[in-house]
Design a protein around this ligand. Structure first.
Ligand SMILES: Nc1nc2c(ncn2[C@@H]2O[C@H](COP(=O)(O)OP(=O)(O)OP(=O)(O)O)[C@@H](O)[C@H]2O)c(=O)[nH]1
Ligand SMILES: [Mg+2]
Length: 388
């Protein structure tokens, strides 16, 4: 397992390993996912506190519109932009639908969040992103995909999957959790760390043993007589490869144990991003660009055929025929944002969700430089989302 190798590296080299401040390097984004109640928010709180203590405050984003209290200083909070209860009322939705729609609304203006992150690269080494409790809302929704791809296409990004170890002592529950983690890994293809949280309640060694030793897991399963155990037995074979490359950290968000090991793994995951994800992404970007230019060429060709002998100037002819970009296309072409900025500002008048005036503020706190960005401006595209 990758965990064993990485622990040999010194924690000192990695815990603050991205140099003081952002040093002009793009910040490393930690996207924190996990089942409801697994401890994501407490984890973000703990890591934020730790990084502040090291003199390297992270840039923190809360993407959970339904959370009551955010126990960390959030630089961007989705609740400033989208009023979850209003969304439920206006669209006649239940709690889960409300969260999905709130995220959709927010995702329409995630390009502005990206600009804030770009700006913070001189002051923050890490960006921590807390996500909603209903994991599927984020991992299997269009907005979750847009947000993840937007981050991963611009900044080194890793997924931190927080797992409630104390609720995974049953082998079937453990397997469900691992299957979920595996599905996220294959969906995002991003470097992945499993944080086995709540080790103050139960040590995570049993889970590590299950992952390393197939027989031990089978023994545990033999105590189960349900149909689910048969399914789990078959699935565990499938997960063998997933386990072999997995980074696992035992952690207690309440006590703060496991922080050094966490940063060792974070550092190794960041290297993996540079080594594997970025080149693959660049390759995809190139092939998308060439596919787009090929599509344009075909459209132009078709147009020529349609208009028969009338000669057309290629520059003007293609303009109206470029097909509407999908979410991924939009992310890849985000470079054009500067030109769109004026339009966005004009749009913000149309906001129909309870927002205050657009503002962006920077505050110098006593513990160092911290940027607090009000994201009210992000609501600018809310009307658009009726069609989402
Ligand atoms: N014992 C123990 N409790 C923890 C730990 N981390 C979190 N908790 C508790 O678990 C509960 C849920 O924690 P949260 O941080 O809110 O979990 P979450 O994943 O953000 O929850 P949702 O956002 O609702 O999905 C809280 O009561 C925490 O105090 C831990 O390391 N040990
Ligand atoms: Mg939470």
């Amino acid at each position: 397992m990758a965990a064993a190798e990485a622990t040999e590296a010194t924690a000192e080299a990695t815990a603050g390993g991205r140099g003081g401040g952002g040093g002009g390097r793009p910040p490393l984004c930690l996207l924190v996912l996990g089942m409801a109640g697994s401890g994501k928010t407490t984890f973000v709180q703990r890591v934020t506190g730790h990084l502040h203590g090291r003199g390297s405050p992270p840039y923190v984003i809360n993407l959970d519109p339904a959370v009551h209290d955010v126990p960390f200083p959030a630089n961007i909070d989705i609740r400033d932009t989208v009023k979850y209860k209003e969304v439920m009322k206006q669209y006649g939705l239940g709690p889960n639908g409300g969260i999905v729609t709130s995220l959709n609304l927010f995702a329409t203006r995630f390009d502005q969040v990206m600009k804030f992150i770009e700006k913070c690269q001189n002051t923050n080494q890490y960006v921590l992103i807390d996500t909603p409790g209903q994991i599927e809302v984020f991992t299997w929704s269009a907005s979750g995909t847009i947000i993840t791809e937007a981050l991963a296409s611009s900044f080194p990004t890793i997924v931190v999957y927080v797992m409630d170890t104390s609720r995974s002592t049953n082998p079937v529950t453990f397997m469900s959790n691992m299957l979920y983690a595996c599905s996220i890994l294959y969906k995002t293809k991003l470097p992945f760390i499993v944080v086995m949280n709540k080790t103050d309640i139960i040590d995570h060694s049993f889970a590590v043993e299950w992952m390393q030793d197939f027989e031990t897991f089978q023994d545990a399963l033999n105590q189960e007589t349900t149909y689910a155990s048969n399914l789990t037995r078959s699935m565990s074979l499938v997960l063998d490869e997933f386990y072999s490359s997995l980074r696992v950290v035992g952690f207690s968000a309440v006590q703060g144990t496991g922080l050094d090991e966490l940063f060792v793994q974070v550092s190794s995951a960041a290297e993996e991003y540079e080594r594997e994800y970025r080149p693959e992404y660049e390759r995809l970007k190139k092939s998308l660009a060439s596919a787009q230019s090929e599509r344009r060429r075909e459209q132009l060709e078709r147009l020529r055929t349609d208009v028969g002998s009338v000669a057309l100037d290629p520059g003007t002819a293609t303009e109206g025929f470029v097909s509407a970009p999908g979410p991924s296309d939009l992310i890849l072409t985000r470079g054009a944002l500067a030109e769109e900025e004026d339009d966005e500002e004009a749009d913000s008048d149309t906001d129909d969700i309870d927002h205050q005036a657009t503002e962006e503020s920077q505050e110098i706190g006593s513990e160092g430089t911290r940027c607090f960005h009000s994201t009210d401006a992000l609501g600018a595209g809310c009307r658009l989302t009726r069609s989402l």
